[in-house]
Design a protein around this ligand. Structure first.
Ligand code: FAD
Length: 433
């Protein structure tokens, strides 16, 4: 067990935190943790420059409650889209477009926090704009964490190593190498569907009279089409389509599919609500992302030195469109766990006052039960989808089952991370709140 912070040669008296991976979640963690007292936070990102790629990102209430603690609501509102009717999310009949389920944020949620949609690059850029200067080192691919009694060094792919860090935050995404280092048996595998997605200026679809001003999804037998404005005058399309593993293997992350592939998609959706075809007809290119998934971590920390957040901890592409928001929840929980378990003025070894053992206990207790519940819900939803699909031959029964299964997941989308940290603190027991 690591008791309190060990001093290190480069910055005595400060808690040294390394964040591996500065995607959305690593970036949010960097911003949050930089706000702690007596810390030095460094991000290591394997990409040589921030990657401008990415499409639709849903911001749940939870996600926004966290973001607005780090960035002003005004700045966030500049990059998001909320439909006029309190940001309603409408689930429609795949063929007729009939409005089947309408999902709102709870009535007590204030305007700045109700669910919203945006796209990845402006969100990432907004987070980066708030980072301390030069906090991220790019082109640094971390190959391993080397742990010892006094700290953890990062070893890079080129063989170089860092000085010791007190805490390593693994935010290296769904294919996390650090997760593989600690759990070599954890496998992330293709889960049978590909996400096709694009973002473009909304003027491209302005001529389509049937277009809705809400965020809509059309669902059938595990396939989903999402259409919505996304903020900054951009419009987004996301299609989750089941594909054979052999075909999915030919598609690459961030690669546009061929014209033939695009026509194949248009052909597949020609019998769905015609508005989908109309949008697809305007699309000149679309990117394919085979969706992978692996078991979620039960232990979110190792050796009181390493903590897993974001997709590195819960490796499922596309869970309720809440991947980024759940990661923001992790980042906030980690920040508060460290802050609330810190004590001050206890002598040299305790200069920074952080008790990593206790902090990571609080973090584990805050996040693990919630994440377990989400994972269980995904299993339940798979069963429900089969139940609905079995009624495919009977339109009325299919609709009845569909509506019946549209249970609210507000408990997930409006999960109160701050409250859970405070509860965990009271059970783990610390010196101050
Ligand atoms: C380029 C890109 C585009 C995306 N587009 C979408 C999208 O359109 N819609 C959507 O819903 N989700 C998208 N996602 C995923 C989404 O951002 C995540 O599911 C979610 O936000 C959780 O974020 P994360 O930071 O945990 O993981 P990620 O966003 O995957 O970030 C992980 C980061 O770690 C870095 N990294 C990985 N390994 C190492 C290593 N060994 N050393 C150093 N750095 C490392 C990666 O380069 C990446 O920047 C995208 C992710 C990426 C990386």
């Amino acid at each position: 067990m690591v008791d309190l912070v060990a001093n290190n040669s480069t910055n005595p008296g400060k808690l040294r935190i390394a964040i591996v991976g500065t995607g959305l979640v690593g970036s949010a963690a960097l911003l949050a943790l930089s706000g702690l007292q007596d810390v030095e936070v460094v991000g290591f990102e394997k990409s040589p420059v921030p990657r401008e790629a990415g499409a639709w990102i849903s911001l749940t209430v939870t996600g926004q409650l966290v973001l607005t603690k780090l960035i002003s609501p005004e700045k966030i509102n500049e990059i998001v889209y909320r439909p006029p009717d309190r940001a309603v999310y409408v689930t429609r009949h795949w063929r007729t477009g009939e409005d089947l389920v309408r999902q709102y944020s709870s009535e007590h949620i204030k305007e700045d926090f109700i669910q919203a949609r945006t796209h990845r690059w402006p969100l990432l850029k907004l987070l980066m704009d708030h980072h301390p200067k030069d906090a991220v080192q790019y082109g640094k691919q971390v190959a391993a964490v080397r742990n010892s009694d006094v700290g953890a060094k990062l070893e890079f792919a080129n063989g170089e190593t860092t000085p010791d860090f007190d805490l390593v935050v693994a935010a290296d995404g769904i294919y996390s190498g650090i997760r593989r280092q600690y759990w070599p048996d954890h496998q992330v595998q293709f889960k049978g569907a590909v996400a096709y997605r694009n973002v473009f200026h909304k003027s491209r679809v302005a001529h389509i009279k049937e277009l809705h001003d809400d965020s809509s999804s059309w669902r059938r037998d595990g396939e989903v089409v999402f259409l919505s404005e996304l903020g900054l005058d951009q419009y987004g399309v996301v299609i989750i389509k089941t594909e054979e593993p052999e075909y999915a293997a030919t598609l690459r992350w961030e690669r546009s599919i061929s014209q033939e592939g695009l026509n194949r998609l248009r052909d597949h959706y020609k019998d769905w609500d015609p508005v989908i075809s109309k949008v697809l007809d305007t699309v000149e290119e679309i990117q394919a992302y085979p969706l992978d998934s692996g078991p979620w971590l039960r232990e979110l920390t190792r050796d009181d030195r390493v903590v897993f957040i974001g997709d590195a901890s819960h490796p499922t592409a596309g869970a309720y469109g809440a991947g980024a928001a759940m990661g923001f929840g992790d980042a906030w929980a980690l920040y508060r766990s460290l802050e609330l378990t810190r004590r001050r003025g206890r002598g040299r070894r305790e200069t920074a006052g952080y008790d990593l053992h206790k902090a990571l206990q609080v973090f584990q207790q805050t996040r693990a039960p919630f994440l377990l519940r989400v994972e269980q819900q995904m299993a339940l939803d798979r069963d429900t989808a089969s139940y609905v699909a079995e009624a495919a031959g009977d339109e009325d029964e299919w609709k009845r089952r569909f509506k019946e299964s549209g249970a609210s997941i507000r408990w997930l989308q409006e999960h109160d991370v701050e409250l859970e940290v405070l509860k965990a603190v009271s059970t783990v027991g610390v010196w101050k709140i």
